[in-house]
Design a protein around this ligand. Structure first.
Ligand SMILES: NC(=O)c1ccc[n+]([C@@H]2O[C@H](COP(=O)([O-])OP(=O)(O)OC[C@H]3O[C@@H](n4cnc5c(N)ncnc54)[C@H](O)[C@@H]3O)[C@@H](O)[C@H]2O)c1
Length: 425
């Protein structure tokens, strides 16, 4: 099978997510790196691209140069990954899709609802993919969790509790660290800091595992380090379309938590827990039964989990291979193949890591809960593109949660649910 041709924008040397993309894209032989503009410093970017094996004439100083150099080549790129700071995603993604490229964009896809919806329209019109890298959803045991919910193993899901909190931005004196700084700078990050960075993964995970959508929410955003213009801690309560209640905490000042992403799902007939620091296990308890540890690679798992398990049971697989699973799914869609659990034509209607309908979360209305809209699955399914794009799933961006509290010096936004007062768009 011929390799697909891949280009990378951002993800330069020393970046956080760059290595996961490089390892992930190349892991299964689906892609080869043919072009790159990996750094905001042109010369450093060109040199690094060449060290990664990119030919001199395809090692670019910035994304505009790359677009100009790549758009008319006969050997066009099959996929372009955008792994730059958040506020640049829209412009880069839009321009590459309009030029006919498929794009895998880092989360959050955009920093406003309007931009996200524009990307959806553009990708539909161009018949191109815009996937979003919600890579945690590609761990085998997360796919197992989703399949269990879909197969009714938990009954109706009553409650989801999730957190994605770490302490790596807890040092107030670290403000000038370039990898930290942009995350709290509205010009680079948009309207949300920690929620767009980590909380968004948790919100997506809840939707993905429950095969449901967040319909309304309330939130408390706070900058615990007063110099930050955007929040570094947030607590979000949400309700999902099928009636599930959700609780989400995200923080970057939780000293002692390393990579604290976990999710618990409680249904009528069972519950389970998955945590990113022990990604090979799903801890499952049936109603009235004993707690079981389900292990990646063991027999009896659903096909959706089996197919993503590369090495034998009890052998660890980690984050770059979860990203590799995203690239496998994308490669299949580019080649027109469908895979278990993520049939390409239906992906448009699934809250999958690769595509989904526009987020239900909209601008904040009044001081209560925020309710969103539903996108027609029919409309989404009509596209000739195998996948529909995903606008940013950040509740912060969707409902403007960041606007007041994020710039304040404390918990300026504190919206409490009022029974019977669910707000419409
Ligand atoms: N999916 C995930 O799990 C995950 C994890 C981390 C980061 N991310 C996302 O990835 C993106 C990058 O985050 P990061 O942590 O790697 O940031 P980072 O600050 O560590 O690295 C950013 C990289 O982008 C380059 N860059 C900046 N502007 C550029 C431009 N205009 N053109 C080309 N290159 C440019 C920088 O030189 C650097 O190499 C963000 O959107 C972030 O939200 C996703």
């Amino acid at each position: 099978m011929a390799r697909l041709s891949w280009g990378l924008i951002g993800g330069g040397e020393g970046s956080q997510i760059g290595p996961a993309h490089r390892l992930g894209a190349l892991a299964d032989g689906h892609f080869s790196l043919e072009a790159a503009a990996p750094d905001h410093r042109p010369e450093i970017g060109r040199a690094y691209a060449q060290r990664l094996g990119v030919a001199t004439d395809r090692a670019y100083g910035d994304w505009r140069e790359m677009l100009a150099g790549e758009r008319d080549r006969p050997d066009r790129l099959d996929l372009v990954t955008v792994a730059t700071p958040n506020s640049t995603h829209f412009e880069i993604t839009k321009n590459f899709i309009e030029a006919g490229f498929n794009v895998l964009c880092e989360k959050p896809m955009t920093v406003t609802v309007e931009e996200g919806e524009e990307i959806v329209r553009i990708a539909e019109k161009a018949g191109r993919i815009c996937a979003v890298n919600y890579c945690y959803s590609a761990y085998p045991m997360v796919r197992q969790a989703r399949a269990m919910v879909q197969n009714g193993d938990l009954g109706h899901v009553r409650l989801v509790v999730t957190s994605f909190s770490h302490g790596h931005h807890a040092d107030a004196a670290d403000a000038d660290n370039p990898r930290v700084r942009w995350r709290y700078d509205p010009a680079m990050a948009g309207v949300s800091g920690q929620f767009a960075d980590c909380g968004i993964h948790a919100l997506h995970m809840a939707s993905f595992i429950c095969n449901d959508e967040v319909e309304s929410l309330s939130a408390d955003f706070v900058s615990t380090i007063a110099s930050r213009a955007l929040e570094d801690d947030a607590m979000v309560n949400f309700r999902m379309r099928k009636g599930t209640v959700g609780r989400l905490w995200t923080s970057s000042v939780a000293i002692g938590r390393q990579h604290g992403f976990d999710i618990q799902v409680f249904g009528e007939t069972g519950g389970f827990r998955w945590a990113s620091e022990q990604p090979n296990q799903l801890i499952y308890t049936p109603l009235g039964g004993r707690t079981q540890i389900m292990e990646k690679g063991e027999s009896g798992l659903y096909d959706e989990a089996k197919r993503l398990s590369r090495v034998a049971i009890a052998h660890p697989e980690g984050f770059p291979l979860a990203v590799a699973n995203i690239y496998c799914d994308i490669a299949d869609v580019i080649r027109g193949e469908a895979r278990t659990g993520l049939p390409a034509r239906q992906m448009a209607c699934d809250p999958s890591p690769l595509c989904t309908r526009p987020s239900p979360l909209r601008k904040r209305q009044g001081n209560g809960w925020t309710r969103g809209h539903q996108c027609s699955a029919d409309t989404a399914g009509q596209s000739s593109a195998a996948m529909q794009p995903e606008p940013a799933r950040s509740g912060a961006q969707r409902c403007g949660m960041g606007t007041a509290g994020s710039r304040g010096r404390g918990p300026a936004v504190r919206w409490l649910p009022r029974p019977g007062r669910w707000l419409s768009r």
